[in-house]
Design a binder for this molecule. Structure first.
Ligand code: GDD
Ligand code: MG
Length: 334
């Protein structure tokens, strides 16, 4: 089965990390985010993946030089300009000549959904489009879905205003589509699947949704990116990875608690790392205390850093105490 994975966003909410690495290639549990997303698709029967890319395809080709990822064959569809979600799906599907039932996934969504169950649910109902639903407390930042008891979608409201809907079930970002959904998008058109295509299919009664309250996170924000990493070591996923990479250098008396230390990262004597992610190449000097922070760059001796993101060019000067910081600060980077 073929899948289209949407990875064309700019990763603005993960700056400064995304200045040096595109969001889908940022590590989650030591491997790229998009590879974690593709692992789930492959477990559900996907064998071919077309990456719907908006810009900068080169880092992807370098990262997956034999054009395979998590056991799937990779194809690259590079849009000439951002076509929005439906435009991107149609562009990628035409690029790869998809002419059978296929899967679509938002590239920043990590889930333990059984994708084969979603495909079976779709086929049983003879649906044109079927989406995975997940319950959340605050649906305002998502696509909210209203359904009949049999799963038929009666309403799809992207980013609802307060009072728009009472449903707490949201679009979890994994879809099964019939190939004729592509025909709803004119060639080269910029179009949103959430705002235009899904409401149109729902109006014909051929859109369905399958609730499955499984592990699920949209890793596209600072707090959720950090959490998605910690979830690969704390037993929240179907799998578990070792927190400290073999090639990391960690001083014997450094304290590492509920944190991931990636390949090539260094933690010096007396440093204390809690609830944090040290990405490849990062450096934490002696006696520094790091909590709830993602580090790509360097933290000098005797610092206290909390709830922050330190980009590849970021340096926290010796003795600094910082909270809620982005270094370098994207507001000041031209
Ligand atoms: N190729 C391409 N081109 N990809 C794009 C484009 C584009 O023009 N625009 C967005 N994408 C990709 C993003 O990279 C991301 O993987 C995916 O489409 C969704 O975009 P986001 O910007 O992450 O959307 P969101 O998180 O606000 O909302 C979406 O996900 C929610 C679940 O996490 C929607 O699908 C919601 O309905 C859903 O609830
Ligand atoms: Mg998202």
């Amino acid at each position: 089965m073929h899948a289209v994975v949407l990875v064309g966003g700019f990763g603005t909410r993960l700056r400064p990390l995304t200045y040096s690495i595109p969001k889908p290639l940022l590590p989650v549990g030591h491997v790229p985010l998009v590879e974690r997303a593709i692992e789930t698709l492959v477990a559900g029967g996907v064998t071919e993946v077309t990456l719907a890319l908006g810009f900068k395809p080169e880092p992807f080709m370098e990262r997956f030089p034999d054009s395979t990822c998590a056991g799937a064959q990779l194809h690259y569809a590079v849009e000439p300009e951002p076509l929005d979600t439906a435009g991107a799906i149609a562009f990628a599907a035409r690029h790869s000549g998809i002419n059978e039932t296929f899967v679509v996934a938002n590239g920043d969504v990590l889930t333990d959904l059984n994708v084969a169950d979603l495909v079976a649910f779709h086929r049983e109902r003879g649906a044109q489009a079927t989406i995975h639903l997940i319950p959340v407390d605050d649906p305002s930042q998502y696509g909210v879905v209203e359904t009949e008891v049999d799963g038929r979608v009666t309403r799809f409201v992207e980013k609802p205003q307060p009072g728009d809907t009472t449903s707490r079930m949201i679009n979890a970002g994994t879809y099964v589509l019939e190939p004729n959904v592509i025909d709803l998008v004119p060639v080269g058109a910029r179009m949103s699947v959430e705002r235009e295509v899904f409401p149109a299919i729902a109006a014909t009664g051929r859109m369905y949704a399958m609730p499955a309250d499984v592990y699920w996170i949209d890793a596209g924000r600072a707090d959720t990116y950090l959490q998605a990493n910690l979830d690969t070591i704390n037993g929240n996923r179907r799998f578990k990875v070792p927190p400290v990479a073999e090639s990391a250098t960690v001083a014997p008396d450094a304290l590492i608690e509920n944190s991931i230390i990636c390949a090539g990262a260094t933690v010096e004597f007396g440093a204390k790392i809690t609830n944090s992610v040290l990405l490849p190449g990062s450096y934490v000097a002696t006696q520094s205390v790091v909590n709830q922070t993602t580090v790509m760059g360097r933290i000098d001796p005797c610092c206290k850093v909390a709830n922050s993101m330190i980009g590849a060019d970021g340096v926290v000067q010796a003795g600094s105490q910082i909270v809620d910081a982005l270094i370098p600060d994207p507001a000041k980077v031209s």
